[in-house]
Design a protein around this ligand. Structure first.
Ligand SMILES: [Zn+2]
Length: 290
């Protein structure tokens, strides 16, 4: 944006919002923290793995950002990136499903809501899948299920530990029953990986809900959650209406799930790579360390 336009924009912003507490934040340079409302320098935020240095609020990250943060530099080799979903029902709600897919592709640069491949984490060779919430809410349709199944089978075949970073609103209902079938398909693949005695670590980021939380996300040997991530199956409001009881304020947070035994640890993103590497070592993956 030319500097003249920037000043004009600031004047407009000031005129519209005279409240002193309202800070002026130019696009792309500063971002306001949703946790503490402080303006954060975008470059600094990125250096800090998109965690607010003041209040530790965890900003959402895309699949590729996560891979960059979690795996060793240049070690990631993507697989099946060209798989694209069909539209078996010819589904249309507010807009046709194929239009939603095209829009999601434009927005994220991805063909689907999960990115898979081989990589190294602190030297350990792993098979990894990372979901992207920006692609139709990280929903699981036929391609997400197929790619999770393929990466799990590759891990089984090649005796590799499996790492899946989850972020999903659940099954992709635009694909109807085919999306629900992915829960069974991915779970069966993970059971075969487990039969080989190979480690599987899942990382639940905000939010991990619905059919993903009810299948591969929670079948891991070790389940890690990011701080304050929403983790659950059905939304709290629906549960309240069904059971006619008020739910606790922190219901379905990572911390609530930890206290109730549904996740094994809550790990700050800044410590995540180190913790995954330690767990891989502990779980006996050292044999594959290069
Ligand atoms: Zn903050």
């Amino acid at each position: 944006m030319p500097i003249g336009d920037w000043f004009k924009k600031q004047e407009r912003n000031t005129a519209r919002s005279p409240a002193v507490e309202k800070r002026i934040i130019p696009d792309g340079v500063w971002e306001k923290c949703k946790g503490c409302n402080e303006p954060l320098f975008v470059k600094e935020l990125e250096r800090n793995l998109k965690v607010c240095p003041k209040c530790f609020f965890h900003f959402p990250v895309s699949a590729y950002e996560r891979i960059y943060q979690l795996t060793d530099l240049h070690s990631f080799e993507e697989l099946w990136g060209d798989l694209i979903p069909g539209d078996p029902l010819g589904f249309a709600a507010n807009k046709p499903y194929i239009d939603s897919l095209a829009k999601a592709k434009d927005k994220t640069g991805l063909n689907e809501a999960v990115v898979c491949g081989r990589a190294r984490i602190d030297g350990f060779q792993v098979a990894i899948a990372v979901m992207d919430f920006g692609f139709i809410g990280g929903s699981m349709g036929s391609v997400v299920g197929e790619k999770i199944k393929r990466i799990t089978e590759l891990a089984t075949r090649e005796y590799l530990p499996l790492i899946i970073v989850c972020s999903s609103g659940g099954a992709r209902m635009q694909e109807g029953m085919i999306s629900l079938m992915q829960m069974a398909k991915t779970s069966a693949a993970i059971a075969r990986h487990q039969d080989q005695g190979l480690p599987y670590i899942s990382i639940l980021s905000h939010p991990t809900t619905g059919g993903v939380s009810a299948s591969f996300a929670t079948l891991a040997d070790i389940i890690i959650a990011e701080p304050h991530a929403l983790i659950g199956f059905t939304g709290a409001r629906v549960i309240e209406q069904t059971i006619r009881q008020k739910l606790p304020k922190d219901f379905q947070t990572a911390e609530f799930n930890l206290a109730h035994g549904m996740v094994d640890m809550v790990v700050n993103r800044l410590e995540l790579k180190r913790m995954v590497a330690r767990l891989l070592d502990y779980l006996g993956a050292s044999g594959v360390k290069e």
